[in-house]
Write a protein that binds this ligand. Structure first.
Ligand code: IMP
Ligand code: MG
Length: 175
């Protein structure tokens, strides 16, 4: 049986997201900001984060595939669903659930920079720096976590567990 251990409670996540929202308000005194969530994992983080931002905001979504059904990154990134509109001249914050190897974000940053946003910053709820393959700088990081596979609060394992309120470490029995 898989087992789950709480790493970050819903309360911890909420209070950190309040801080991130305040930081974003402070960093864009002119506003507005255009938040882009990377589906599906970041949708819950985005929906909580956007409500802690007082600036004028718009939201959009992009979907990429980088992982198969399991825990390993294939390293291949593909856009499955693109943005609804142009980001040229906008202050964009790309919202991601977890920064792991950095392959997904470094690919997306390259794609989005070509569309000439005014600024492009990264907000990642979680960061696993020990796993990094591609250097990516995230301006807003919720929590730096050890190299463990986590689920909940939008993060999945084979599409399960996204609905957990806490971020939990998932342990699977050996195959
Ligand atoms: P990266 O390209 O390796 O940085 O991978 C980022 C993506 O991998 C995230 O958006 C997640 O979908 C997935 N991912 C990486 N680590 C985890 C984890 O611990 N749990 C669940 N998904 C993860
Ligand atoms: Mg995923």
């Amino acid at each position: 049986m898989p087992s789950l251990r709480v790493l970050l409670s819903a309360e911890q996540i909420h209070s950190r997201i309040c801080e991130l929202g305040a930081q974003i308000d402070h960093d864009y005194p002119e506003g507005p900001v255009y938040l882009i969530a990377i589906l599906k994992g970041a949708c819950i983080f985005l929906s909580d984060l956007v409500r802690e931002i007082d600036l004028d905001t718009s939201i959009d979504f992009i979907a990429v595939s980088s992982y198969g059904k399991g825990k390993q990154s294939s390293g291949q990134v593909r856009v499955l669903k693109d943005l609804d509109s142009s980001i040229e001249g906008l202050n964009v914050v790309l919202v991601e659930d977890i920064l792991d190897t950095g392959l997904t974000l470094s690919y997306l940053i390259r794609v989005l920079q070509q569309r000439k946003p005014k600024t492009l910053h990264i907000a990642a709820l979680l960061d696993k720096p020990s796993r990094r393959i591609k250097e990516v700088k995230a301006q807003y990081v919720g929590f730096t976590i050890p190299n463990e596979f986590v689920v909940g609060y939008g993060l999945d394992y084979a599409e399960r567990y996204r609905n957990l309120k806490d971020v939990c470490v998932l342990s699977l029995p050996p195959e």
